[in-house]
Design a protein around this ligand. Sequence first.
Ligand code: NAP
Length: 248
Amino acid sequence: MRILILGGTADAAALANRLAGLADTDVMLSLAGRTRQPLAASVPMRVGGFGGVAGLKTWLVENRTDCVIDATHPFAAMISRNAARACDELGIPIVALHRPAWSKMEGDRWIEVADMSEAVGALGEKSRRTFLTIGRIEIAAFATAPQHHYLVRTIEPVGDALPVPHVTAIEARGPFDEEAEVGLLRQHRIEIVVSKNSGGPATYAKIAAARRLGLPVVMIARPESPDVASVGSVDEALVWLAGHRPPP
Ligand code: NAP
């Protein structure tokens, strides 16, 4: 069975590691190439875009792929759309592995918004000390609100992607710990947190920390995902795969 895992998440690496070395199973983990030191996985990896739907279809055919697992981040909408379309057109089974979104709990002060530009607006006119944890790629949206003080945490250096007067940049990769997050929010006198609704435990600590400190969180909703089968954990993905093994 030849499996393509579309990765860029800890779940993709974990799934790849669970499949590594299985008899009659060839796994390829595909990464976009956004991080210099991706999480290690003990299966072959390829890095870089396929070239849209057409390029992905060519790759799937040339590599005689039996099924695709879309284990990309829930906010990576383009690759998920492309994969759903390519698989549909080729008749290849596909499943999306996405952790369930976080839900609001008692004590949470979420300001729920649909996208990045609404998130910028939700900060308001008055200058606020803001913890921005939305990754690096879409951070430029906040350049339209230069009055705020931004504490930015990304995996890769943020460089000059956010050209505003007050930016403190830190580089770190989850998982994060709730006590440490409380400490960070206090140390930087943060007044508001901005987060994508990524789901999963690795980056939830900042949400729990904001709740403890009574801070508002601008929570960006997930983009619409394509209409394909979906599972919420690595274990469920393994069950799905077992049911899609081609006959010997
Ligand atoms: P995106 O907007 O959905 O994808 C943009 C283009 O990047 C795709 O059209 C594709 O290029 C290429 N690409 C994306 N994921 C790929 C993969 N796994 N393997 C090969 N090519 C891939 O994605 P994004 O939001 O820029 O995210 C890029 C990667 O970072 C994703 O793999 C995602 O899992 C990871 N990530 C994203 C976020 C986030 O918040 N967006 C957070 C954490 C991790 P072609 O059209 O040329 O094939």
